[in-house]
Design a protein around this ligand. Sequence first.
Ligand code: F0G
Length: 463
Amino acid sequence: MAKEQKRKSWAEPFRIKMVELLKMTSYEDRQKAIEEAGYNTFLLRADDVYIDLLTDSGTSAMSDRQWAGMMMGDEAYAGSRNFYHLRDTIEQYYSYKYTVPTHQGRGAEHILSQIMINPGDYVPGNMYFTTTRLHQEMAGGTFVDVIIDQAHDPNDLYPFKGNVDFEKLDKLVSRVGADKIPYICIATCVNMAGGQPISLANLRQLRQWCDEHKIPIVHDMTRVAENAYFIQQREEGCSDKSVAQIVHEICSLTDIATMSAKKDPMVNIGGFLAMNDADLYQKACNMVVIYEGLHTYGGMAGRDMEALAIGITESVHDDHIRARVGQVEYLGDKLAEAGVPIVKPIGGHAVFLDAKRFLPHIPQEQFPAQALTAAVYVQSGVRSMERGAVSAGRDKNTGENYMPKLELVRLTLPRRVYTQAHMDVTAEGVIDVLEKAEQVKGLRITYEPEVLRFFQARFEPIE
Ligand code: F0G
């Protein structure tokens, strides 16, 4: 029999059974809404948004099977059958033996940081994530960036910008000593770098390096399936492997995992901490009862654990992930063709606009990426997220603003939610703003919360 011909299109392997109606707004409505929200898209009412690309977190569409799973919830306080299904699914697909459910990713980060980090420790990572770094700092640790330099350059086309730079790691060890490094935190498809993957080769080398130095690897596996897809597409010798196989291989190279299940596995809420070490598991079980709930439900309802177990199996299907990343690339290509400055290569979960090049007249101190999120919203009703100086926050010791090299706006695609026409409307809106970019004004902060300021800070335009 002839080999099946591969479909050229990335078209979705599903059809739509139910729809959610949206409110349409005018330019004037949106101007008023963004003013009331202090120019912070986190403070908009979702009803005032047409296409919501704020985040891919908890915003994906569950499948009919996941919804059916919700009806199979066993809400027993202890020992729910859904917990065992979830635990076994995690071991099957992700290789980790022990699972502690948490309410979402940061719940897992909290427990892990409190157990493993001592004051004065250093925690290297392939770039930071906002909540991850904060939990490390709150436990007394200091985050150290060990991602390759290319990751900080939005124009560098290197296919694995999530890779670790071993020179940076070696330098850290000789400066502070391996015993001051409780673990190294590796994110798959590094969010803040633009959704950029780490290669299997780099991860294998890291495994060796960590074994030599007796340092465990913590895997922030929030977007591991997207990373695996890029490995399949780009890494030598991997094109014949399935995404599921690559996901399993990535996880097997690491010791511990934190998961925000609101992304890859397409549930609206949930997460977990997973590991292979029995002692660590005991400690995590002791902590989870204080902050989340009993160790067989953590922060989750039985029905949510069931939907998550099913979502994990769906998230690693080749056809699913190809359509998921295909849609992101469709939007990115459309923007790039029109001359919009974006981070390249296009990431797995989002298209990132390069605000420094988009709005060259606004200095970074006036938060160009924040200003761009507001302008895109007012123009088109599309909600995006700032990932630049506002998100980076301040140095915990000096109080100075961090000024990251990457000053980005993230157009994040929820999974299985929007259509190709929605992508066209999004591109039109961004291109319209580009055509009158010089009219966009910089912003100053009028209210700033102490931590994770990007969520609730308020701004006004500098006239
Ligand atoms: N790690 C990564 C890489 C993330 O992207 C997130 C969340 C978390 C950890 C924390 O997980 O939200 O479930 O507590 N990212 C969301 C985003 C908020 O929009 O990128 P959480």
